[in-house]
Design a protein around this ligand. Structure first.
Ligand code: SF4
Length: 345
């Protein structure tokens, strides 16, 4: 069957594209165990743009890599939980099934395109390889598709880009090529791991606007992994805030930004440039993410939290704040009368 004749199956608005349920994984290390994911649950539905935010060590990139089963198989142990993409059990799927999923149902964009593109091959040849592999098109048709994709990414001279080596392009142009490649097989989910961190602010915004525009046009869902709350606020429909390998707050972006219920989320929001006067240093959360090999009992944010109380020695469960919007927080403050954390406090 010629795959090119098939139109992509667009999931219904309620269909879950990515579903992670109480996932725990560990990395065995010399004389210790790194508890990288400690009960992560999250969901991305068809067409949604969902952000996952947290500091380094929060588990967000591990979650992204594991979703594609890109972590070295012997490096980690799944202790519990489940991970499904379009209903397929990704933790149990054999390698041959994963090859069909990667690049076709799900595509990934990394922070630095130079690591994903082969520096010794021209862009055109690399694009043709991917398109021919997944879509079984003739070389002629694949080339026409590659040019159309680059043009669709607002690249004015696609032929010239096709004839270029990656190092001959600017960082922003390389990332547009990566986005074109990611969309080349009409994936239903695109995982973007810090896709614009290496770019300057203006190009960063252009690339993300392009990513969102193309995803909306095609009905592609995006999981955006980032440490930058400003990007989440501008581009995501919903957000999951991660800390020490678990989700500590989730909800619509508008709700979480306007009414953060977890002190960690509040700390991330206080780090936004608009929270300080021009010329002032940005605010940061005091302390550091705890060692994942020796996580404290109870709330793992306790040592950095200005609201800590005796009860925080017990791990707080995720609690619902609004069943309609799905706003939830894992903090004992949810149960106190003062349930909202004023940003200016
Ligand atoms: Fe702070 Fe306690 Fe809430 Fe943890 S549970 S974030 S320590 S108030």
């Amino acid at each position: 069957m010629n795959m090119s004749s098939q139109s992509p199956v667009i999931a219904s608005s309620r269909e879950s594209v990515l579903s992670i349920d109480n996932l725990r994984i560990e990395f065995p290390a010399y004389r210790s165990t790194v508890k990288a994911l400690n009960g992560v649950s999250l969901e991305v539905k068809a067409g949604e743009i969902v952000g996952v935010i947290g500091e380094s060590g929060s588990g967000k990139s591990v979650t992204a890599m594991l979703s594609m089963r890109l972590l070295p198989e012997r490096a980690y142990e799944v202790k519990s939980g489940a991970l499904h993409i379009l209903g397929r059990d990704m933790l149990a799927a054999p390698e041959k099934d994963l090859l069909k999923v990667r690049g076709k149902d799900v595509a990934m964009i990394f922070q630095e395109p130079m690591t994903a593109l082969n520096p010794t091959r021209r862009i055109g040849r690399q694009m043709l390889d991917v398109i021919i592999h997944h879509q079984q098109l003739s070389r002629y048709d694949a080339r026409a598709k590659a040019i159309a994709l680059l043009r669709d990414m607002h690249i004015a001279d696609p032929e010239q880009v096709m004839n270029s080596y990656p190092f001959e392009l600017s960082g922003g142009m390389r990332q547009r090529v990566m986005i074109a490649l990611a969309f080349s097989c009409d994936p239903q989910l695109l995982i973007a791991d810090e896709p614009t961190t290496a770019l300057d602010v203006t190009v960063q915004r252009q690339v993300l606007l392009l990513l969102r525009e193309k995803a909306r046009q095609r009905g592609t869902a995006i999981l955006l992994i980032t440490h930058d709350m400003a990007l989440v606020s501008q581009f995501c429909d919903r957000v999951y805030v991660m800390y020490t390998g678990a989700v500590v707050e989730q909800g619509t972006t508008a709700e979480v930004m306007a009414d953060p219920r977890h002190p960690y989320t509040k700390g991330l929001l206080l780090g936004l440039p608009e929270q300080v006067e021009p010329g002032q240093d940005l605010m940061t959360i005091p302390g550091q993410v705890p060692n994942l090999s020796a996580l404290p009992e109870g709330c793992t944010f306790r040592d950095r939290c200005g609201y800590a109380m005796p009860r925080c020695a017990e791990r707080p469960p995720m609690q619902s704040l609004d069943s309609e919007t799905g706003h939830q927080s894992a903090c004992w403050l949810v149960e106190t009368p003062r349930t909202s954390l004023e940003l200016q406090s």
